[in-house]
Design a binder for this molecule. Sequence first.
Ligand SMILES: *[C@@H]1O[C@H](CO)[C@@H](O)[C@H](O)[C@H]1NC(C)=O
Ligand SMILES: *[C@@H]1O[C@H](CO)[C@@H](O)[C@H](O)[C@H]1NC(C)=O
Ligand SMILES: *[C@@H]1O[C@H](CO)[C@@H](O)[C@H](O)[C@H]1NC(C)=O
Length: 513
Amino acid sequence: MQTGSCSISVIFLWLVTSAVLAKAVDNMEGNTAASKRPIRQSQSLCAGEQEYVHKRKQVVLESLRRLGINCAADSVPHIALLASGGGQRAAVGLVGSLYQMEKEDLLDTLLYLGGVSGSTWSMSSIYSDPQWSTNMDTAVSRLSGPGVELGEAFAWINERSKDEYFSLTDVWGVLTSAGIMKQMDLRHLSDEVSRNATNPYPIYSAIEKHCFSDGPIEGKWLEVSPHEAGFTELGLFIETSLLGSKFEGGELLEEKPEMDMVTLQGMVNHNKSVLLESNSSAERKGLFQHWSLELLAAVETWSQSLEDGPMKTHVSVLTKKVLPMIMKWEWGTTANFLYQYPDSMVPLCLRSEERFHLVDAGLLINVAYPPFLGDKRDIDLIVAPEYSAGNMFETLTLARDYAAEVRRAFPDINNKTLEERDWPKDCYVFEGKQNEPSIIYLPLFNRRNCKDAEEVKAKMEEFSTFQRPFSQEKIEFVLEVAKDNIKNNKETLLREINKAVLRQHNKRKSMQH
Ligand SMILES: *[C@@H]1O[C@H](CO)[C@@H](O)[C@H](O)[C@H]1NC(C)=O
Ligand SMILES: *[C@@H]1O[C@H](CO)[C@@H](O)[C@H](O)[C@H]1NC(C)=O
Ligand SMILES: *[C@@H]1O[C@H](CO)[C@@H](O)[C@H](O)[C@H]1NC(C)=O
């Protein structure tokens, strides 16, 4: 096996780690952060995101001008593309959708990009290029490129396994990052704060397992941006670089190096689907067990391909570390920044646990609607390419119910439309009136590319969420389908962008009165 490349990557990791530690020391020396409260409580945007959005609006404005859309500088619409989950189908689909958005010159109209589960695999991968929005060809060709050397992936896992918060998500992260996205992404999300506004602002999501089971809805959804990580509904946030550091009673106890994108990707991604219907925690535990064993099987398949030697040793270390965790279900473990937080607004399911157990947000809703509803980001238009398995429109009806529960505006969904779920159109517009965002909903398999409901079903099976990594042919097929969906609906997108300008303009006007 590639023991040579393995030792190179160990050195590389050592360099990265040293750089991170050096930075942490720097931070301690010039410590200005200590005087600031480490946990921000607010329902508004943090200063960093505000500043980014302000700069990004200039890019959006220029793009609208190129498209011939009239827009005043103070009425730039807030448009978000929210990509659904759906394993590799979603990861590849999102690359196709964004590629075509660039070709149609629509990509720069986006202020935000939000992902869940499978779509976050490709999100974190494309954002490794600081100028990806101008360069989607590269992202497309990376999907077809050679994979990461096994040695590099294992070396990374070995390093991570020394950390006290090493968990199965690290293994999952490396499986998706190296196996599917073909890269090991060792940068940190917070590094992106220094970037210019070439790309839409990214928001990742996860949910907290303790509160997910029986806690209130306010304690479930966790959003992570380059600037901040925290609970959407509670409005409690820390700087993203502190995710994983130890807190108690609202104070920062011990700063830890920030997790890299591979770990983060593992955090926000787990097998889910079924959990939506399973209500009892016993049932969920059974499912976690099932997935864990599958994961272990995958690791064993890897190790079988190895010859005797140092690599084989790595792997046995790995299975010795991983196996006990599988027995204890240590998924997505990291330090809980709300541990013993001195405020009863934080549900007990969060306050009482020293550690978080973060799981795939797709368990709750397979599209990241929560961070984009309400006044905070004031979204006018949501472009929602739908790559989910299961019932068509389910992400929408779940988001509608969520919105009602937390009292956020959400557009009407006509019951007649829901009847088309087995053979959906390729594009639906759910129109918002005043404060509700409009939603452009774009099912991957639909009436335009499938002749009937049977074919939709067959396509979903062929490209099912849970299977070995796609062949080159399958990757190309999904890419083309996703591209076509954008190309074929350009007129609708333009029409709704025009309306979004108007809506933002009217909001501004009514605020002045
Ligand atoms: C961002 O920086 C890159 C590289 O320096 C530059 O080419 C690009 O024009 C900048 N974009 C914006 C929107 O400022
Ligand atoms: C879970 O609860 C919902 C409503 O509370 C119910 O409709 C559904 O059948 C339950 N699912 C299972 C698997 O028990
Ligand atoms: C995910 O869960 C489903 C349903 O339990 C299972 O069939 C599938 O094999 C699992 N896949 C992975 C990668 O864990």
